[in-house]
Design a protein around this ligand. Structure first.
Ligand code: ADP
Length: 379
């Protein structure tokens, strides 16, 4: 099946054409500065015209069978990818308050495709869906129930498409049936999240009501004492200023001066104190969470690293695993250093459980999920 994968942001639109049978990428691109004037596309409709023009040659021989959309928030309703119709689009729109930067843009992408190719089946693949299996004791905050009932304040979790894909790959690599697989999966990119996997399902995850909760990220703070926000507000900072500070000016960027893990590792190795502290804070917080999730799943059978940092930074992986001696985890120095695009084991033979690197591929996962939904309807 030939699937167009769309990741629609407020001012940008990423796309990929994938053949789900051969797993070939037919084309990919990025349209930027949507609605910003200066000759860019005026809206998502025009951006889609541009995608169509760029795909002209690619689509000439073989037309599209379906479109798969990355949708950030599926709320409590969506635990699986769904075929989009008007009612589904409106349901995604109703979740806008929970993801004000993302869901409105996802809806614009869906509507632009509907206008352009009304006959083409479209599927929504949600970032939150994989975490719909969280038990209540993991998703509930200890706050008055009215916050949950009135505002939907609970933990949702994100990066689900990646966590699900990587979990499946890891189980396959180890030869463990997915329904019996317990693991801790660390998605370490610009956004960072950890998921506790029990019986192949997500039972806890570090991002919560928004993608701000949890671990130290590229530019996000992760966990902090919520009183700090109240304190800052009383000092005269506005809600928007605090929002920007915690989402865009914190994390590695605040600790080390930039959010590029390569540069931070290089600086730390050259003796830069701030870079060393940044690595220590980040790896310490992550190791602490991994220990917690090992308990949450009743003993993990593997620790899995993925995404930009997880797949590429042997130094950061070594720092994290170095803090997990109490769990009996031990890396194989050579295997950890080896660069490869394949799923692999990087732990020593006498490590208590295997440590894996499994490259993620969210576009592939979205394309395959889209094909599965469309096939189930035609089949
Ligand atoms: P995004 O969340 O934007 O998709 P990525 O998964 O691409 O992010 O991860 C980005 C992070 O991965 C950055 O911190 C970047 O420095 C880091 N990274 C990418 N390649 C390497 C590498 N070779 N060594 C260390 N870090 C890397």
């Amino acid at each position: 099946m030939r699937v167009l994968v769309i990741n629609s942001g407020s001012s940008s639109l990423k796309y990929q054409v994938r053949d789900t049978t051969s797993n070939q990428v037919g084309a990919n691109g990025l349209i930027e500065r949507i609605g910003e004037g200066a000759g860019g596309p005026a809206d998502h409709g025009e951006a889609m015209d541009q995608v169509e023009a760029e795909l002209e040659g690619v689509l000439a021989g073989k037309p599209l069978d379906a479109v798969g959309h990355r949708v950030v928030h599926g709320g409590e309703r969506f635990g699986e990818p769904v075929l989009i119709n008007n009612e589904i689009t409106r349901a995604i729109e109703r979740l806008n308050p929970l993801a004000p930067l993302h869901n409105p843009a996802n809806v614009l992408g869906i509507r632009a495709i509907t206008a352009k190719w009304p006959e083409l089946p479209q599927v929504a693949v949600f970032d939150t869906a994989f975490h719909r299996t969280l038990p209540e004791h993991a998703w509930r905050y200890a706050v008055p129930d009215s916050l949950y009932r009135q505002y939907g304040i609970r933990r949702y979790g994100f990066h689900g498409t990646s966590h699900e894909f990587v979990t499946g790959r890891a189980a396959e690599l180890l030869g463990i049936p997915l329904e019996q697989f317990n693991a801790v999966v660390a998605h370490l990119g610009n956004g960072v999240s950890l998921t506790a996997i029990q019986g192949g399902a997500s039972v806890d995850t570090s991002m919560g009501f928004t993608p701000l909760e949890g671990l130290v990220m590229g530019t996000r703070s992760g966990d902090l004492d919520p009183s700090i926000l109240i304190y800052l507000q009383r000092q005269g900072l506005s809600a928007d200023e605090i929002d920007t500070m915690l989402n865009r000016e914190s994390g590695l960027k605040a600790l080390a001066g930039n959010n590029d893990m390569r540069a931070i590792v290089d600086a730390a190795e050259a003796g830069d104190q701030r870079a060393q502290t940044a690595l220590a804070v980040t790896s310490y917080r992550l190791a602490k969470y991994i220990g917690g999730y090992h308990v949450a799943v009743g003993g993990a059978q593997a620790l899995v690293f993925t995404a930009g940092i997880g797949e590429n930074s042997s130094v950061f992986r070594a720092q994290v695993v170095g803090r997990l001696g109490a769990l009996g985890l031990k890396l194989d120095v050579e295997a950890n250093r080896l660069r490869s695009g394949s799923p692999r084991v990087i732990s020593a033979p006498d490590s208590a459980i295997p440590v894996l690197v499994v490259p993620t591929d969210e576009e592939r996962a979205i394309a395959e999920a889209t094909a599965a939904v469309v096939n189930s309807i035609h089949g």
